[in-house]
Every structure is written in C-alpha cells, then in structure tokens.
Write a protein that binds this ligand. Structure first.
Ligand SMILES: Nc1ncnc2c1ncn2[C@@H]1O[C@H](COP(=O)(O)OP(=O)(O)OP(=O)(O)O)[C@@H](O)[C@H]1O
Ligand SMILES: [Mg+2]
Length: 441
C-alpha cells in the first residue's frame, strides 16, 4: 500500500511552496533594485530586458510553487478517497456480521433514540426496523422488561444482565446483556448497546432432562416399593401360608421383571442417543422380516383371539439393520396387540415411493385422541397410564422405536382416530443411488 500524505505533510509542502514563492519574489525585487542602481550608474540600453527577466523569474517560481502545492493536494485527495473506501468497506463488513448474527443487537444513542437494530432483533421484536430507527427505545421495544434494563444502564452507567421471558410476538426466553457505550477519549456516555441471545431451546432441553430424571425416579420407585412391601409381608408371617406365599412371590417376580425391563430400555435409549449402536444395514425382504416378527407374537395374539395378517408384498426390499428393524416392528406389533381389545384385527402392509420403503402396522383398537398424538413418542408418555402399567408397559417402547427409525435416517408417522383404530407407518430411506428403482415384487 502506498503511504498517503497526511495533513502535516501538505502543510509543510504549502509552507515550502510559499517560502519558495517569497524567496523568488525577494530575489526578483533585489535583482530589480540592483538593476535600477546599476542602471543609474551605468545607464543601460532601455531594451526592456531588465524588468522582463525579473518578471519571468517571478512567474517561474510562482508556477513551481503552485505545481508542488497542487501535487500535494492531489495526493491528499487520493489518500482521503482511499481512506473513505476503507472505512466504507469496514462498515459494510461490520453490518454484514451484525446482520448474520444469531443474537439480536439494539443500539440506542445518548438521547435514548434507537440508532441500530439487526435482523435477529427485528424478528425477536416483531417490528420492522424502519419503524423503530429514530424512535425512543421505550416506544420501539415491545418488551417492558428490556426497556427497563436499558433504562437501568442509562441510570447506573454500568453493564446489566438479565434473563427475560417474552410472550409476544412469540414465547421466548432471552439472555440479555446491556452495556453503556462510551467515547474513547472523554469517557462520555454515547449510548447503550444490548445483545439478546435466544436461550429458549436450551431451557426447554433442561426442562426435558429434569422431567426425565423425575420420571425415571418415579418409574423405578413404583416396582421397588411393591417389591419391598410384598417381601416385608412375607417375612412378617405370610410365607408360612403356602398359597399366599406363592401369590406374593409371583407378584415379586413380575415386578422384578418389569424393573429389569425398565432398566434395559433405559440403557438402550441412552446407547442409541449416545450413538453407541452401529447399524449393519442391508437390503432385506420386508415380507420375511414381518413374518418372523408375527411368529413371535402369534401366541399372545391367539390368546386374545386377534388376527394378525401379513400383507406386505412379496419382493419388497427394505434397507435396514435386521435386529433393529425387528425391534421396531415388534414394539409396534406388541402395542397393537396390547391396546386392541380381544377379537380385533392387526394388519401389516408395505410399499415404496421414490426414495423410501414404508411399512404400516394397523389395528382396530381404541385409537389415540388427537391431543396425545404428538406426545406418544416421548419417554414415559402414556395415554392411559393405569392400563399401560397393568399391561406391564414401561412407556419407553415408542421412544425407542422413534430413536431407531431416526438412526436409520427415516421417520415414523401415526394416524389414529378414537374408535377407529391406529396406523403406525415407518419410512426407511433406500440406499444411496437406488432412488426411483421399483425392485421386483
Ligand atoms: N396401537 C395403539 N393403540 C392405542 N394406543 C397406543 C397404541 N400404541 C401406543 N399407544 C399409546 O401410546 C403410549 C406409549 O406407547 P409405548 O409403546 O411408548 O409405551 P407402553 O406401550 O406403555 O410401554 P412399553 O415401553 O412397554 O412399550 C401407550 O401407553 C398407549 O397409551
Ligand atoms: Mg409399547
């Protein structure tokens, strides 16, 4: 980069040029005087050469001074141009960064007028920037809490930090830092800058974790309390009555089974979540996999006089890890059998679209009310708690199914209406490069 002339340099050049000009003038004057004096003593021919030469020298020097002054001005003008371009580039870079920031930024001047907001702030505040710039922050900011925080910074002249809950335009939890903005040299207050981080998702996840711990404790407490109670009653004398002793031991056995199932399910969920399971995916015959799982539950379905029908087309291929796919289907089938009353019908169908293969488990059970549909994939969520517990459910089955389907890069859907049965459909992506192939049926 070429060094740009500063104001000092231009000043020096101007001074130099003026000195040069003055010196020239002085020299010319002296020469002229000498000429006049010499002319008095030795009268020269009056051919006009004397004063003409003086004028020429004078003009030459003046032109020289002018040229060097102009050069300095041009260099200054160029330098200023480059500096302005530089400043503009920096400003563009800064506003680009501000615009791309995920956090909201609000800048208020010393009179309390909004001078800058970025896109994130615009969205959080729900008002376009041209309606807030230039207005008092108390009117421009929709949250009273934020206005109060900014006011506090103006009053106390020190940084402030708070967690604010916004209900409008959307429900949000914001972590806000507001700081006074001072002029570098004098330290005078120029305004206040507030930065808003959206921490809604973090707080939601913390809440989920808290609920999960509470749920696990509750789920573990129930069977443990019952184990303890029955064991105590047995020890208190019930063990001497053979019939009671057997009945209680059976309950103890069932409860311990449930406890171990719960612990296994929890371990498995945490393994899937921590990506500790590796999927060995391959192209499988969907119909054969369904047939194997149906065989596993045939006995339970028969006991309830339910019919289970495999209508998955021959030749339909599904790209999945065999054990995990069976686990998914087994969970869905077990639910269908458990929640469908005796004599019901359970049907399994399958098909494919451009990029995935789907399998559906449909039952003629009670269906799931609409308000529960979004939540049944959550851990421990049950529509009818007592009924699910009675059937030995842990409330983790569908959570595991969802995680396994996600691990395959697929998705699960449920369609259900109370009284009209339920249909759970799993979509699993086809292997890369085979999209659109129909396969043999
Ligand atoms: N086919 C279905 N018909 C009606 N309700 C169902 C059906 N499948 C699931 N549900 C509802 O969704 C809830 C969650 O199911 P999920 O499989 O996760 O847990 P669970 O069956 O109670 O216990 P488990 O962990 O042993 O499977 C069930 O408690 C039940 O209320
Ligand atoms: Mg279940």
């Amino acid at each position: 980069m070429t060094p740009q002339p500063g104001r000092g340099q231009v000043f020096r050049t101007a001074l130099g040029s003026s000195a040069l000009f003055a010196a020239g003038f002085f020299a010319a004057w002296v020469v002229k005087d000498m000429g006049l004096a010499a002319g008095a003593r030795f009268p020269v021919r009056d051919d006009g050469l004397g004063p003409g030469a003086v004028l020429l020298v004078l003009l030459l020097l003046a032109a020289l001074a002018f040229v060097s002054l102009m050069r300095a001005f041009f260099r200054l003008a160029n330098g200023l141009g480059a500096q302005i371009a530089n400043l503009e580039e920096n400003a563009a870079r800064l506003s680009g960064v501000l615009e791309q920031m995920a956090s909201g930024v609000l800048v208020v001047d010393a009179d309390g007028r909004v001078v800058l907001v970025n896109r994130a702030f615009e969205q959080l505040n729900g008002v376009s920037r041209d309606r807030v710039i230039g207005r008092s922050y108390k009117e421009a900011v929709r949250s009273m809490d934020l206005a109060r925080l900014v006011e506090r910074v103006f009053r106390r002249r020190e940084p402030a930090h708070d967690e604010l809950r916004w209900t409008f335009p959307r429900e949000r939890i914001l972590d806000v830092h507001a700081v006074p903005f001072r002029r570098g040299t004098t330290g005078a207050l120029v305004g206040v800058v507030a930065v808003l981080h959206d921490i809604t998702e973090i707080r939601r996840l913390e809440q989920v974790r808290r609920e999960f711990v509470a749920n696990v404790s509750h789920e573990l407490k129930t069977p443990v309390t019952s184990l303890k109670g029955f064991a105590e009653t047995l020890l208190d004398g019930a063990m001497y009555d053979e019939k009671t002793c057997r009945a209680f031991l059976e309950i103890i056995y069932e409860e311990s089974e449930r406890l171990s199932r719960l612990i296994q399910d929890l371990l498995q969920l945490s393994q899937i979540e921590n990506r500790q399971i590796t999927l060995r995916k391959g192209l499988l015959s969907a119909r054969d996999e369904v047939a194997d799982v149906v065989r596993l539950v045939a006995h339970t379905a028969e006991a309830k006089r339910q019919t289970v029908e495999n209508r998955v087309p021959e030749g339909l291929r599904v790209y999945a890890d065999r054990d995990r796919l069976r686990q998914i289907l087994l969970n869905l089938l077990n639910n269908a059998i458990a929640y469908t009353p005796p004599g019901g019908r359970i049907t399994l169908t399958g098909g494919e679209d451009a990029d995935s293969t789907w399998l559906t488990v449909r039952d003629t059970g009670p269906g799931i009310p609409r308000e529960h549909l979004d939540r049944i994939f959550e851990r421990f969520y049950r529509v009818d708690k007592d009924r699910s517990r009675r059937s030995g459910g842990t409330g983790l089955g569908l959570a595991i199914v969802k995680h396994l389907v996600d691990a395959h890069g697929g998705r699960i859907e449920v369609k259900s209406k109370p009284g009209k049965g339920s249909a759970f459909t799993v979509h699993l992506p086809k292997p890369e490069g085979t999209e659109g192939e129909t396969g043999d049926r």
